[in-house]
Structure formats: structure tokens, C-alpha cells
Ligand binder design. Sequence first.
Ligand SMILES: NC(=O)C1=CN([C@@H]2O[C@H](COP(=O)(O)OP(=O)(O)OC[C@H]3O[C@@H](n4cnc5c(N)ncnc54)[C@H](OP(=O)(O)O)[C@@H]3O)[C@@H](O)[C@H]2O)C=CC1
Ligand SMILES: CC(C)(CO)C(=O)C(=O)O
Length: 295
Amino acid sequence: MDVVVFGAGSLGSLVGGLLAREHDVTLVGRAAHVERVRASGLRIEGEVEATVHPAARTTLPARADLALVTVKSFDTERAARALARCDVPTVLSLQNGLDNEATLAAHLDGRTVLAGTCTYGARLLGPGRVACTGVGEVALGAREGGPSVAADRTGRAFERAGVEHVVAEDMPRRVWEKLAVNAGVNAATALARVPNGALSDPPGRDVAHAAAREVAQSARGEGIDLTEARAVASVDRVVRATASNRSSMLQDVERGTRTEIDAINGRIAGPDAPVNATLAALVRTWEDAEGLRES
Ligand SMILES: NC(=O)C1=CN([C@@H]2O[C@H](COP(=O)(O)OP(=O)(O)OC[C@H]3O[C@@H](n4cnc5c(N)ncnc54)[C@H](OP(=O)(O)O)[C@@H]3O)[C@@H](O)[C@H]2O)C=CC1
Ligand SMILES: CC(C)(CO)C(=O)C(=O)O
């Protein structure tokens, strides 16, 4: 299969690199990374060790069988516009946050846009080098739920490359459940400057639980079967499993780069979700002060 990865940063380089063990993969990323991958391949380190030789470019190729979207959520619209000019029948988002698939679908008439969630951990170490910080699983399927021929075909491609995955018929619920975890963990850890494990006990745990409960309430308002108990249990499970991790939002804040707050807490912030509204307002205040938000 010809696979193009749009946004070859941490996650795109890892998943693209794993797929390159079996498929013809093209990584689309920034110049320094692209040049190094072209010159000496992509080194995967950590929980998976491999050196692979995908193609690499700074712009999309003319065609592919499958596109993975792994830009940050604030770049999804730009990715969608670029993908509209690429002849690719199936597009799979592995991003966190809500609405990435809808944004892609709005620009990609006639293509199949699949929803995905990913619990692999990835960190770009430098040009040509990516760390697998945790072997997880990709869940993928129809963005509106139910069966999907394109999802089955994509699942078989992941299978052949040895990427842990599940083809799921309940992607809307899974995307919301992942949102509950990110809403509970990311902003709280970024604002308090603590690793995920600091949310195991009060008062951090209370904030994380309250944010996750609001996500579950909002999900049910949109017809998604996600209970508050399940959302809270997911937060606790991830906090335990990733206790020493610094969340992606904390890493963004420490690096001084824009966060995905709009697609996570910001997506449900409102009078019925005051905890998420507060978390979103504080992170946006920091982004404004740092001049990171577009006008
Ligand atoms: N990292 C992880 O372990 C996980 C990440 N995710 C999700 O996956 C998504 C990606 O995360 P992550 O990989 O960490 O983010 P990164 O910022 O590391 O990767 C995104 C990459 O895409 C690049 N990019 C953006 N626009 C373009 C463009 N037009 N052309 C070429 N390259 C472009 C960015 O470059 P630049 O920065 O210069 O704009 C960056 O290198 C997020 O939604 C995240 O929440 C989900 C699960 C795990
Ligand atoms: C699961 C979690 C919270 C792990 O840190 C994550 O997805 C993130 O940091 O963005």
C-alpha cells in the first residue's frame, strides 16, 4: 500500500516508520527531518528499535492509497486543504481532540475519512530520530460508527506491518472517551507543571475528574453513550499507566509552542462545562501572552 503521512512529527514519524516495515510510506514533514530521513533513514528507538527508509518530502505527493493525518489539531484545516489536491481515497486522522474528522471531511468530498485514536507514545528526538515511548494501540473505523470497508482494508495494512490496532465500529464513543482523558489530564498538568501521576490524588484528581465528567455529559448531549463513571475510570487508568509522563500539553507549554486546547477543553467549554471553560481560558491566556494564537 502507498501510505502518505501528513505531519511527520512525533506520532506521524513513529506510525509511518512502523508501517514502512511493510508498505511504501512517504513522510511529509519539515525540511531538517525530511533531509535526514532521505540521507540516512528514520531511526526508531525506545520500546521499538528499527531503522527504516520511507520516502520523505515537505509537500504531499500527487497520489497515495491512504493518508494518515498527524498534524496538531490547529493545523487540521490547512492539512485538509492540502489533501484536497492529492489523489487519495482514504484519509485517517490519528489526532487528539474533537472535530478533526469533520474538518477533513468538509474539504474532502468523495473520499472516505476514518476516525482514529492512538495510545502509542511518540517523541521526535531530532531530525531522523523518533522515540517510541509506549507501545499502545491504534483504534480506527468509520467516523460516524458502524462497519467500513475502507477501515477493514486499512486494518489489514496495519496488521501486515505489525502495528497494534483494532478496527472498531464505535469510533464516536472512543473519540469522546479519549477526549475525556485529554480534557482531564492535559490542561491540569500543563497549568500545574506536573507529570500525569500528580493527578492520582486530590486536589489534582478532583479537577481531572470534574473535567472528564463534563465531557461525558456533553457527549451524551450529542447522543454518545459515555457515562461519567466510564470517563472518570479512563482518566484514572491513564494517569496510573502514564504516571511519569509529561502530557503533550505540558510539553507544549515547556517548549513555548501552541497547544491543542481549542480542540480539547475548549471544544466543550461553556456554561454547562465550567471546569473545562476555566481550564481553557487559563491555557488560552498563556497562549495569548506568549503570542502563540493566530488572530
Ligand atoms: N505524540 C504522541 O505520542 C501522540 C500524539 N497524538 C496526537 O497526534 C497529533 C500529532 O501529535 P505530535 O506528533 O505529538 O505533534 P508534532 O508537533 O510532533 O507533529 C506534527 C508535525 O507536523 C508538522 N506539520 C504541520 N503542518 C505541516 C505541513 N503543512 N507540512 C509539513 N509538516 C507539517 C509539524 O511541524 P511544525 O511543528 O513545524 O509545524 C510537526 O512536525 C496531535 O493531535 C496529538 O494530540 C495522539 C496520540 C499520541
Ligand atoms: C494520554 C495522555 C494524557 C498521555 O500523556 C496524552 O494523550 C497526552 O499527553 O496528550
